[in-house]
Design a protein around this ligand. Sequence first.
Ligand code: ZN
Ligand code: ZN
Length: 392
Amino acid sequence: MTYPEWSHPASLRRGFLCAVILFLACAGARVPVSAEETGPGEAEKPPVRTLCDTCTAELAAEREPGSFEAPKACAICSRENLDPKFEEVICQSCAATEVQCRRCLLSLGWPEHLDKIEPVTDRIYFVSSRDGEDELFRMAPDGMDVQQLTRNENSDAEPAVSRDGRWVAFVSFRGQKRDLFIIDVHGKHERRLTNSEAIEGAPSWFPDNKKIATTVCTDLGGGNKEPPRGLSVIQRDGQGLTELKADAPLVSCWNPSVSPDGSTIVFAHFKKKGDPEEILKRSGSGAIAKLAPGRDHYTPRYNSDGSKIVFASTRDKNYEIYIMNADGSRHRRMTKNDFHDSMPCWSPDGTKVAFVRIIGDGNQDIFVMNVADYKKSNVTNDPMVDTMPCWR
Ligand SMILES: [Zn+2]
Ligand SMILES: [Zn+2]
């Protein structure tokens, strides 16, 4: 059984035109064939796709009728009576306007209105389990004005905000899949960038606000073997996923951070499970340089002028926050305690660093620290986990 795409007005018009042509031809009349003769405004636009290839194929497979329970209403316009035959999440007309799959929200283009999102500045975006599932939130740097951005039954993780303050890229676990999504900073216009078996992770925006660096694991392997994980780049409309080649053999790449000028990417890397993680820098040509070899170093993040990198390291046997110059020189430790301090990121002006502290019982909270005097304050104080900050 197959489910064809719904008829679009343009194809209805085409169908009507064909019928007229057939009628006129049969009647022996002269048939207008050129575009000019069809009159102004009649030029055909290609129909807007509203189902992606993956969903079309999945819907064509035999399945139990009624096994899908359609949501009560379109997630965009709240229109009811979504079509369960298409397993719709949003309605047909919203899918056409947003240019995305109405079943899985995969981006099928980039409509112009998405460039008119009102930007938001100086907020910390983070993941919290305070509504039961891991969802994306944002707050003012002092922990006030908390707003929830995603509400779904999946785990959302690793938020990364575009440099223009309009979009949040993140990873979401949907069913058995783990894919890249973006949502605007107001929690609207959710768009799926990938819908594949591969595992994407840790997005980081390029300065043009159009490209996103990510890690991709395609060899899902098995057992204890840590699967290889490459560095890739993808366009914000979901097109052009391309692996970034390197002149050194890379095995497992984690947490890329694109420099403010877009010319380099720093990331954590290890060769096999149990090996110490090192911090590497890839330049545009693919040249790889080691910035912090030796002991375990994680989650490097460039500051906003690209002169410094903040990261976590266990070189003192316990996760602490460090800063180094972007060329790998002058390492400075910024925390020293028995807690597990990790996942640091910079404030937009570079005077502060937000990070995650895991306290004895496993609860995670976000702290903000002055770079000048290392003074720290706890900005989330919630019994549930607050983690993965991104400050923009
Ligand atoms: Zn709708
Ligand atoms: Zn789809």
